[in-house]
Write a protein that binds this ligand. Structure first.
Ligand code: ADP
Ligand code: TRP
Length: 322
């Protein structure tokens, strides 16, 4: 059976982009594959600066996954910082990876281009820690959104580099990217991202959710005129969660004219609420069960450790530490 691994940072509340681009695949894949999924809280330390935020965002992400249908009896679900192996393998990779290779990473290049001078070593090193996260579990596939493609390519290069130097140790995994949801647009039409403040949060209270949906930027075509659905952010989000029949009906309304953006936004809001109705209910229930959630993550960490430990030991033998 193929093995899948993915991680997601607890850097804010999950949004439609996270869900459609990554989380939904993580949950669907547990039906067919052996799955490992972790909360990347070591990576989150590149931005989070407050213990309460770290704790609450980690908990919130765990609750979100469980509410969305992650089954901890089928997926090994854990927290990255519960295992020392990730940071340990990261150091090993640090020592065999050249600076210019890491300087090619988008996140670093973007920060450079913005003239940022105070970038942490951790942020620079981010892709190497990610390579360690992945390679420890020897997965076949890594399901992520388009923005992570480069990190998976770097992971493959790092695996090959280690294997060339010390002998065959790591499997080179493939990124698994769903093209139709590779880049989910945000309320301003740019890629939906916590860092752009253009998100629609799937577990926000109804009032906040409404505000976020109503803030979607639309064109100034008058209400009575026909509109082009494909160039409208509201439609582009709607079609990602509506079924084909509903999508076709919405498309016709746009093309006929007399259908305003206010109505389209309302339809999108109702669709989000119905699509996530069960998950939102479960979210409320699980949010109050702190011990239940912590027990799941602790169990997951134990299972993950067995696999990570074995791979790290293999790497250490190849290096000559043991
Ligand atoms: P953000 O950009 O909001 O900080 P993350 O970087 O934490 O999101 O991304 C978590 C996962 O969600 C990644 O696998 C990423 O590829 C996916 N993802 C994030 N935003 C989008 C988007 N707008 N469209 C598709 N996938 C996305
Ligand atoms: N960098 C990923 C993101 O921002 C999170 C992540 C960390 C990850 N380690 C990973 C994703 C390993 C896949 C595999 O979304």
């Amino acid at each position: 059976m193929k093995r899948i691994l993915s991680g997601i940072q607890p850097s804010g509340r999950p949004h439609l982009g996270n869900y459609l681009g990554a989380m939904r695949q993580h949950i669907e894949m547990q039906e067919k594959f052996e799955c490992f999924l972790f909360i990347a809280d070591l990576h989150a330390l590149t931005t989070v600066r407050n213990a309460e935020d770290m704790r609450s965002q980690t908990f919130d992400l765990a609750v979100s996954y469980l509410a969305l249908g992650l089954d901890p009896t089928r997926t090994v679900f854990f927290k990255q910082s519960d295992l020392s192996e990730h940071a340990e393998l990261c150091w090993i990779f640090d020592c065999i990876t050249k600076m210019p290779f890491v300087e090619r990473a988008h996140a670093w290049k973007d920060a450079q281009n913005k003239g940022k001078k105070d970038i942490s070593v951790g942020l620079f090193n981010y892709p190497i820690l990610q390579a360690a996260d992945i390679l420890l579990y020897q997965p076949d596939l890594v399901p992520v959104g388009q923005d992570q493609k480069q990190h998976i390519e770097m992971t493959r290069d790092i695996a090959q580099n280690f294997n060339n130097i010390f002998g065959e140790t790591f499997k080179t995994p493939e990124a698994e990217i769903k093209e139709e949801v590779a880049i989910v647009p945000g309320t301003d039409g740019m890629k939906m991202s916590k860092s752009y403040g253009n998100t629609i949060e799937i577990f926000a209270d109804e009032k906040t959710l409404k505000k976020q949906v109503m803030s979607i930027v639309t064109s100034s075509v008058p209400l009575e005129d026909p509109k082009d659905p494909e160039s409208c952010n509201v439609f582009n989000l709607y079609k990602l969660i509506a079924d084909p029949k509903e999508t076709k009906e919405m498309e016709d309304l746009y093309q006929k004219g007399g259908f305003g953006y206010g109505e389209a936004k309302n339809a999108l809001l109702q669709k989000i609420l119905s699509y996530f109705a069960e998950a939102r209910e479960r979210y409320e229930k699980i949010s109050n069960k702190k011990d239940f959630v912590h027990d799941i993550l602790n169990e997951g960490a134990k299972k993950a450790k067995k696999v990570a430990e074995k791979t790290l030991e293999e790497a250490k033998k190849k290096i000559g530490y043991i």
